[in-house]
Design a protein around this ligand. Structure first.
Ligand code: ZN
Length: 98
């Protein structure tokens, strides 16, 4: 089994870290499944600036390739972080080059 969808909040946080503003729609609509069609109750991540959409897609696509083990060093402060971290726990810097 393999999870292929990315948590909307994780995606929003990742994009915020690189300066792309987003809004999550339907963040709390899961409780309405049954009253709403399933697909209408899924969280949706919207990019505020359409010009950033292609960059956002590339960044989110790269999330699927993040290793879940090992360690990586922060390029900003040098702190060692767990391999699945997207931003440095110490300074908040991004751990991948986009
Ligand atoms: Zn750091």
């Amino acid at each position: 089994m393999k999870r292929v969808h990315i948590d909307a909040q994780l995606a929003a946080d990742t994009l915020a870290a690189v300066g792309i503003a987003t809004h999550i729609l339907n963040a709390h609509a899961a409780g309405a499944v049954g009253d709403l069609p399933f697909l209408h109750a899924q969280p949706e991540l919207w990019i505020d600036d359409e010009a950033q959409a292609e960059r956002a897609r590339a960044i989110l696509a790269s999330l699927r390739d993040v290793p879940v083990s090992g360690e990586k060093s922060c390029p900003r402060c040098g702190e060692v972080n767990p391999g699945h971290f997207l931003s440095c726990w110490h300074c908040g810097g991004g751990l991948r080059d986009y």
